[in-house]
Design a protein around this ligand. Structure first.
Ligand SMILES: [Mg+2]
Ligand SMILES: [Zn+2]
Length: 177
């Protein structure tokens, strides 16, 4: 099976100053739900890999985070797409966990659950942290300009796209593979 690993904020939904701390703050980026549906039609399953330090800071309860994710899954489903699982790091930098991007821990958790080929799998994000995590895990790294965090030219080995739709358009069709 083929997978695409997706950062959440800035890739699927709009970034907020601070972070998305309630259902009311959650707004899909234009075309993102359709892009996930298109990704599924090309034979890929989508997994979300997201840092949510707002949980560790106490700005967002896990109950509210679950509500935000239910809304995201519903809105993606309305477009005919499916996100198979959501991996969350709730920690802050100072917690020094193994899962907060740019560390590869969340990707490795997903890999332990689904066993995909790391070297053949894209991780797409909007922050250099996402690309660092992807490369540290041995994945292919892509960044989109639809977030707010891509201010510099990324390092070698990172491919840049305007948004998730543009990324999905260039994905190889894997249905027959
Ligand atoms: Mg992001
Ligand atoms: Zn963590």
């Amino acid at each position: 099976m083929h997978f695409v690993l997706l950062d959440r904020d800035g890739v699927i939904n709009k970034n907020r100053p601070g972070s998305v701390c309630s259902v009311d703050d959650f707004e899909l980026l234009a075309g993102a739900a359709d892009a996930i549906a298109a990704l599924n039609r090309k034979g890929y399953r989508g997994l979300v890999i997201t840092n949510q330090a707002c949980v560790g800071r106490g700005d967002l309860s896990s109950t509210e985070l679950d509500a935000i994710h239910r809304l995201m899954l519903e809105q993606v489903a309305e477009a005919g797409g499916e996100i198979e699982a959501i991996y969350v790091c709730p920690h802050r930098d100072e917690d020094e966990c193994d899962c907060r991007k740019p560390k590869p821990g969340l990707i490795m958790q997903a890999h332990a659950d689904y066993g995909f080929d790391l070297a053949a799998t894209w991780m797409i994000g909007d922050s250099p942290r996402d690309a660092e995590a992807a490369l540290a895990a041995g994945c292919r790294a892509a960044l989109v300009r639809s977030g707010t965090r891509l201010r510099t030219t990324p390092r070698t080995g990172v491919t840049v796209f305007d948004n998730l739709s543009a990324f999905v358009r260039q994905l190889e069709d894997r249905r027959q593979a």
